[in-house]
Design a protein around this ligand. Structure first.
Ligand SMILES: [Zn+2]
Length: 74
């Protein structure tokens, strides 16, 4: 049984507003969800960029290493 006068009082971890369940008030919850959606979008974009860079950088790095070892031996 949960009543409005329950001894258990929670506070929004973001703004401190009194809440009855969860960790954030409705306002902050909505804000978090918005931010989470944005971060997911950014993650996707970053992954895409990393993949594109990876295909360009890898062959160059291998080539450079081989040359470095050849020079070192002389
Ligand atoms: Zn809040």
């Amino acid at each position: 049984m949960v009543s409005k006068d329950s001894k258990v009082s929670l506070f929004c971890e973001n703004c401190g507003t009194k809440i009855y369940s969860g960790r954030y008030c409705a306002k902050c919850q909505a804000e978090m969800e918005k931010r989470a959606a944005l971060e997911k979008k950014n993650e996707k974009t970053l992954k895409h960029i990393n993949q594109m860079q990876g295909t360009v950088v890898r062959p160059k790095a291998d080539d450079g290493q081989m040359r470095f070892f050849n020079n070192d031996k002389k």
